[in-house]
Write a protein that binds this ligand. Sequence first.
Ligand code: SF4
Length: 142
Amino acid sequence: MVEGDLAAIPPGERVLLLPHCLRPSETCPGRPSRQGFHCPEHCAERCPIKTLREEALRLGYKGVCIAPGGSLALRFVQEMCPRAVVAVACAKELQEGEDAVGDLGLTRSLVSVVPLSRDGCVDTEVNLDEALALLRAGTSVG
Ligand code: SF4
C-alpha cells in the first residue's frame, strides 16, 4: 500500500505495529505481556516506541501493538480487524508477516511498512520522520 491509499483510511480504522527491538535494551522499564510489550504510562526514556505510540494514539488509531514477534502481531490484527495496518519491521519479520497475512486471507495491500534503518534484533533504529509521516498520512498533520 502506498501512502496515498493509506490516506483514504481514517486513523480510527488503522492500527500500528511496532517491534519491541526498538526499545533501549539497557534502560527500558517495560515488560512483556500477553497483549504485547507493556510500557509504563509515564516512561521517561527517549525512545522511538514512545514517540510513535503516543502519536498514533493522539491521532486516534484504533490500537497499537508492540510485538516481540509476528505471531502476536498477527493475533492483534485478527482481533482488531483494522482496514489498514502501519508497521515498522525488519526484512525478516516483513516477509514472515506477508506470508502469514496471505495465509489468513487478508489482502497484502492493507499493510504499509517502514523498514528498520538499523537491523539486528536489539537496539534497532527507524527513521522517525519517515515513520511519523506515514502514521499521519491523510490526517490534518499529514
Ligand atoms: S517507551 Fe520505550 S523505553 Fe519506555 S517502556 Fe516503552 S519501550 Fe521501554
